[in-house]
Design a protein around this ligand. Sequence first.
Ligand code: PMP
Length: 426
Amino acid sequence: MDLTALAPDELAARRDALRAAHDDLRARGLKLDLTRGKPSAEQLDLSEDLLDLPGTGRHTAPDGTDCRNYGGGLQGLRELREIFAPFVGVPADQLVAMGNSSLALMHDNLVFALLNGTPDGGRWVDSEVAFVCPVPGYDRHFALLDRYGIQAVPVPMTGDGPDMDVVERLVADDPRIKGMWCVPLYSNPTGACYSAETVRRLAAMPTAAPDFRLFWDNAYAVHHLTGTEHTVADVLAEAERAGHPNRPLVFASTSKITFAGSGVAFFGSSPANVAAFLASASKRTIGPDKINHLRHVALLRDAEGLRAHMRRHREIIRPKFELVDELLRKHLDGAVASWTLPQGGYFISLDVLDGCARRTVELAKQAGIAVTPAGATFPGGNDPRDRNIRIAPTYPPTEELTEAITGLALCVQLAEVERLLAGNGR
Ligand code: PMP
């Protein structure tokens, strides 16, 4: 039954039935959480051996470095960089392995550019700065800009990445635009993968700012949900070919590979950018946690070890994505709703009837189902159509996920019926 085809009195009857169902749901006193993309306990168990690694007496790196001590360089353990280099798309020599958070490395790169400038120009803080932000996107990227007074310029996402006609026009005209957020593979939250053509255009496009940077957040490089291991074109090589070798700043981490809170983060770029980064980073730390690097090498071993590890993740989480899809199909039949069934990554992006996302999330909250705030996927929390909701299905156990999605779908239906009735002047 298509909601938009219902006559006003049919809609009113439907609203009353949905309200009664919502009251029943509230009475159950649920406490469910779909907010953040966290690995489940079962996924964390895949890396439990880290707690015993590298093991007593195994503190020496292959080059002889005693990993317990200072020293051994700021760039991080070479063996670990070699495992990740092909997946992250950066030669091991140009890759840095640091602490537990790639977000921290994005933060540091941004702050270093603001305060110290880049190899291509002076301090960003001396003039107005703006960033291109594909939307819907990752809320923490936007929060970072907000924190430092950087203006966010939203650009719509397509199935192939950001709308490149819009991006090219913006960066060509506006010298304030110094950067752009990109999650090139299994994007947060839509799951879109940037096409080779998108990558080529991003790497080659003329920019008014000579020190323009792509903040290339390859957070989901190995997080496939199907048997097809999608890859993204080599942005560093493309940028070099186009005469902009310093444009991409590449980030990744093991947060959703091993332990979300105790993994290893990576930064890679051109030799000039890496040298500039290390020069600043050397004032901030004497070096990264090499024992953590060592135990990650011991756990993952090599490229094939990493692939096998990610297949085990896939076995755990793919059924959860399929379950959400199945439940949304069943319970949103007739509603105005479309959602992604991504081939990788951590999120499902749900679009409901314009003007209904906030109300849906509010109704869900009343029923004890915590959903990422509506608008979070847009800079400033402002979804101009108020329709996008990000669903993170990995963390809850299957039973809780079933209850949460079924309840959420009811809230979508109720919000939409209310909206349609308001549109009819009722
Ligand atoms: N980038 C993206 C796109 C993410 O989705 C996340 C985690 N949700 C992060 C970065 C955070 O990464 P880290 O834990 O390495 O800071």
